[in-house]
Design a protein around this ligand. Structure first.
Ligand SMILES: [Zn+2]
Length: 113
């Protein structure tokens, strides 16, 4: 990550940690929401059942997206520890700071990603 100056590195590192903390908090909430929805399924009545099925699939989608994001963030931190953060995993070119700013977990550059 020679193409990043110390300020940029610090900013990205903070951003990774911040997103990880926020995601972990939000995942705990989604987990609780999914459990609530499962309990709801015992509710009688067709409408409430349809409602809870819809809620369940929304909660599941969200949980899956959060799982994927978590995996990406952890991967990014692993690359950081290995000193290869900000280097495209496909072409080994530096990933632009602007791209990392928007997507700090991005493993690839704009042309590969
Ligand atoms: Zn690339």
């Amino acid at each position: 990550m020679d193409h990043l100056d110390p300020d940029q590195r610090q900013h990205l590192r903070d951003e990774l940690e911040r997103q990880l903390t926020r995601l972990e908090r939000s995942m705990k909430i989604s987990e609780a929401a999914t459990e609530t929805v499962e309990l709801d399924q015992t509710a009688v009545g067709r409408l409430s059942r349809m409602d809870s099925l819809q809620n369940q699939s929304l909660a599941k989608n969200l949980a899956e997206r959060e799982q994927a994001k978590l995996a990406h963030l952890l991967e990014a931190l692993k690359r950081w520890e290995a000193g290869v953060y900000g280097v495209c995993t496909e072409c080994r070119e530096p990933v632009a700071f602007g791209r990392l700013l928007i997507m700090p977990e991005s493993p690839t550059c704009a042309s590969c990603g």
